[in-house]
Design a protein around this ligand. Structure first.
Ligand SMILES: Nc1ncnc2c1ncn2[C@@H]1O[C@H](COP(=O)(O)OS(=O)(=O)O)[C@@H](OP(=O)(O)O)[C@H]1O
Length: 720
């Protein structure tokens, strides 16, 4: 090729494309710089959060308000003033007693905890959620605060988780005199034990005393009391005058009575319960309610009983429905079903949800939760939030910025074995799992597949610990104990998904909700095709690989059953669970076309189709087509999957945002149309240029031809 030709060709190409190449290059450079800057900003933000967490949350922001031990008073010092090391030492000192005991459970080869083995375990030393719930209801106890106590007239064993209550109960009852008790005409004393025994027997029961209840005293005359004296306080209520009513004495030994632990129940439950013990026995445990001042000043048993009677009705209605709730939505633990319960509860009552900003589904997950990730928080458009329940990595100090002080905190755990089987199929495409075909293969050499620093790999190891905001790769056991302590202190209730129905009953009773509030259909569940049977060996490997989660689960499985025993007893729990299941079955028959869940491909209305992810096939539901309007709304809410329900609540709660978004969408559309038009113009111009260049080339070639002809002519030898 000739030099001039190359030159011309280059010129033609440059003319048409160089401009665009330069433009593209510049855009690329600007993009690179932008990404770099964004990365730095994001990294520093993350660092900041991590730092804050390490210094504030884990050791400094230790929740102390709800418990009042002397050591904890020391912890109330301003966190920033306590050096990190010192704080840690204090924590460890405070924990020593617990750590030693717990080690005996934790260091042993983990075995599933049965209800029976739980019974034997009386060493669990964490503060009790029931007490916390009660304490939460009553932020301050004054002398004029009233207490409601289910009472066994002559002998009562007080189950006080709150130290202050413990003292009150013990002091008061020790002063009760036999003669005075006898003198009261309304009290029928059936027990034949001497009053001295009553006095001897009236003692405070320790929170962690879960051992089998004695049926005879050291004197062998009076049984230990069958009823736990649960105390509920009525803040600022007036001392009540004495009223008369028939009080019957429980004198039957524990072994001979079916009287169970009592708790103050929701009105609905009370209505449902036929009060069996009352019907069957003439001697009944009663609910007493008197002001603390009265109680302390009172020196007679009759007075106590009269006051108890006076408040009997009040006690049954004193259960205040809780509407300020924080639910830590852990992954693969049946949390979507609970989310649906909370959504329905709030939706029906027009409560305000702390929803993720920008219509997302998660609250800044997998990063630590920040208050700014909640819609309406930064702009202060929302005055008070009621419920926070989307996926987040828990960070208490940030959550507290958003949620009211009296919020009820709860979460749910699942056995890490079944949980990992579930997450393996759901998160099949995270780096840790993507290169193996089975869970067994992964567990053969997990470290060769697991790199903690790669994004999303937290789904593969100790996911529960991660969600609760702790280090899921921690090897130091003390860290685990500290984490358990913090969870026990920050959360009022920890549920267990394997006992979902029991969990719902416990939740219902603690929050004073109704049965219909907690009835639900199983959501986000896989079909059998994508479930895998695990061998015993694999199960053991999972426990080992997720050892932090496993120990966490073991601990809270124990406290879960303890809570049931302390609050309502297992028999009553069974009754209520049966009612819940009956109600669910009834609703399934009414609402669902097939009477149960169907494969995603079978879901007819795509707006109710659950989000499909990874290698899992998530089942959905078809509504019965012949439903009346109200029933239809109710049924629709029951089957609406997480993403759709979150979006609809967002639209309901932030109509302005929806409007703004639609305007923005329109603007975007116009922009994209303009952009498309300008692109078309550019393409046209380029084509024209191209044509021009071709024409030019053509012209050049013509000139060339002409020129070569001319030169040829000039070079022709003169023949003539
Ligand atoms: N009511 C009830 N009882 C017991 N188990 C239940 C219940 N509801 C949901 N599930 C099971 O929970 C698994 C889904 O958990 P999540 O909803 O938390 O998952 S997610 O993190 O929100 O994606 C999922 O487990 P797998 O099916 O093993 O994957 C569901 O089947």
């Amino acid at each position: 090729m000739k030099r001039s030709q190359v030159k011309r060709w280059l010129k033609a190409v440059c003319c048409t494309h160089l401009r665009f190449m330069w433009m593209a290059l510049m855009v690329f450079v600007v993009l690179c710089v932008g990404i770099q800057m964004f990365g730095v900003a994001r990294h520093s933000r993350k660092e900041q959060i991590l730092k804050q967490f390490a210094t504030e949350k884990l050791f400094d922001k230790f929740e102390v308000e709800r418990t009042t031990t002397s050591t904890q008073h020391q912890l109330e010092e301003e966190p920033s003033k306590i050096p990190f090391q010192e704080y840690r030492t204090r924590m460890e000192r405070e924990q020593t007693f617990q750590t030693d005991r717990d080690r005996s459970h934790i260091s042993q080869k983990p075995t599933p905890v049965s209800k029976d083995s739980y019974e034997k375990d009386s060493n669990v030393s964490f503060s009790d959620g029931t007490a916390q719930a009660i304490a939460q209801k009553i932020p301050k106890i004054s002398m004029d605060t009233e207490i409601s106590v289910p009472i066994l007239s002559s002998m009562s064993q007080i189950n006080c988780q709150d130290p202050s209550k413990k003292i009150i109960g013990a002091t008061d009852l020790k002063n009760v005199k036999h003669q005075e008790a006898k003198s009261h005409s309304e009290v029928r004393i059936d027990s034949d034990g001497p009053v001295s025994a009553l006095k001897a027997q009236t003692k405070t029961r320790q929170t962690d005393d879960l051992g089998p209840k004695e049926s005879a005293t050291s004197q062998g005359q009076i049984s230990r009391l069958p009823v736990l004296l649960d105390i509920t306080l009525h803040k600022n209520a007036n001392p009540s005058p004495v009223t008369q009513s028939s009080i019957k004495q429980e004198g039957t030994p524990m072994a001979n009575t079916d009287t169970k632990n009592h708790q103050i129940e929701s009105p609905e439950t009370l209505k449902q319960q036929p009060k069996t013990s009352k019907d069957q026995h003439s001697s009944v445990p009663l609910v007493s309610s008197v002001s603390i001042r009265d109680l302390l000043e009172s020196s007679t048993l009759p007075e106590l009983h009269a006051a108890a009677l006076k408040k009997l009705d009040e006690a049954s209605t004193s259960c205040q429905q809780k509407t300020h709730i924080v639910f830590l939505k852990t992954h693969k633990t049946a949390s979507s079903t609970i989310l649906n319960i909370l959504y329905r509860f709030g939706d029906a009552r027009n409560l305000t949800f702390a929803l993720p900003r920008g219509k997302h589904n998660q609250l800044f997950y997998p990063f630590y939760f920040t208050a700014f990730s909640v819609e309406g928080f930064r702009s202060k458009t929302i005055k008070e939030y009621d419920i926070m329940c989307n996926h987040m990595r828990f960070h208490i100090s940030e959550v507290r910025k958003v949620m009211p002080e009296d919020s009820f905190y709860f979460s749910i755990l699942r056995n890490p074995v079944t949980m990992m089987e579930s997450s393996f199929s759901y998160y099949k495409y995270i780096p840790a799992f993507s290169k193996v075909s089975t869970l067994d293969q992964f567990l053969q050499d997990p470290w060769s597949h697991y790199n903690a620093s790669l994004p999303n790999n937290h789904y593969a190891k100790n996911l529960l610990m991660f969600d609760f905001g702790f280090n899921n790769n921690e090897k130091d056991e003390r860290h685990l104990n500290l984490s358990i302590t913090l969870i026990a202190k920050n959360f009022n209730l920890i549920l267990i998904s394997a006992y979902f129905d029991e969990s719902m009953i416990l939740l219902k009773n603690t929050l004073c909700w109704s049965l219909d509030d907690v009835v639900s259909f199983k959501l986000n569940s896989r079909n059998n095709k994508t479930k895998h049977q695990l061998s015993l060996e694999t199960m053991e490997k999972i426990k080992e690989w997720n050892s932090l989660d496993w120990k966490l689960y073991l601990h809270f499985n124990r406290t879960f059953w303890r809570k049931i025993d302390e609050s309502m007893g297992r028999e009553k729990m069974q009754d209520e669970v049966k009612k819940l299941r009956d109600r669910r079955n009834q609703l399934m028959k009414i609402c669902l076309q097939e009477g149960g869940a169907v494969d995603p491909s079978q879901v007819k209305d795509t707006s109710f189709k659950p989000f499909q992810y990874g290698a899992a096939e998530i089942q959905g539901y078809n509504l019965n087509p012949h439903l009346g309007d109200r029933t239809k709304t109710w049924c629709q809410r029951l089957i609406t999957p997480e993403l759709q329900y979150t979006a609809s609540l967002y639209d309901k709660q932030f109509p302005d945002m929806v409007l703004k978004a639609s305007v923005q969408n329109k603007t975007k559309q116009t922009h994209s149309q303009t952009w498309k038009a300008s692109k078309a113009k550019m393409r046209q111009r380029r084509n024209l240029n191209h044509q021009g260049a071709e024409n030019q080339n053509l012209r050049h070639s013509v000139y060339r031809k002409r020129g070569s002809k001319r030169t040829a002519q000039t070079n022709l030898p003169n023949m003539t």
